[in-house]
Design a protein around this ligand. Structure first.
Ligand code: SF4
Length: 75
């Protein structure tokens, strides 16, 4: 099982966005919804490239839109 994780610490709050690349089917939806956080890698699997200071609405939308629930947001 492979995870791509980017962690950001702000004050006492630690947020983590992860993509389970074993679940990812490479649809590209997350990248199209929130390209500032997600991109497709050379294997056509989503990875996390950047995390905003707070979880943006588009990042949440990407998470909720993933057809295989491969994206997790922990706050
Ligand atoms: S929306 Fe889900 S399945 Fe589609 S590319 Fe992103 S992580 Fe993979």
């Amino acid at each position: 099982m492979v995870y791509t994780v980017y962690e950001h610490k702000e004050g006492e709050i630690r947020m983590k966005v992860s993509v389970d690349q074993d679940l990812c089917i490479g649809c590209g939806l997350c990248e199209s919804i929130c390209p500032e956080v997600f991109r497709m890698n050379d294997d056509n699997l989503a990875e996390v490239i950047e995390q905003p200071d707070s979880i943006s609405d588009t990042c949440r939308e990407a998470c909720e839109s993933c057809p295989v629930s491969a994206i997790t947001i922990e706050e």
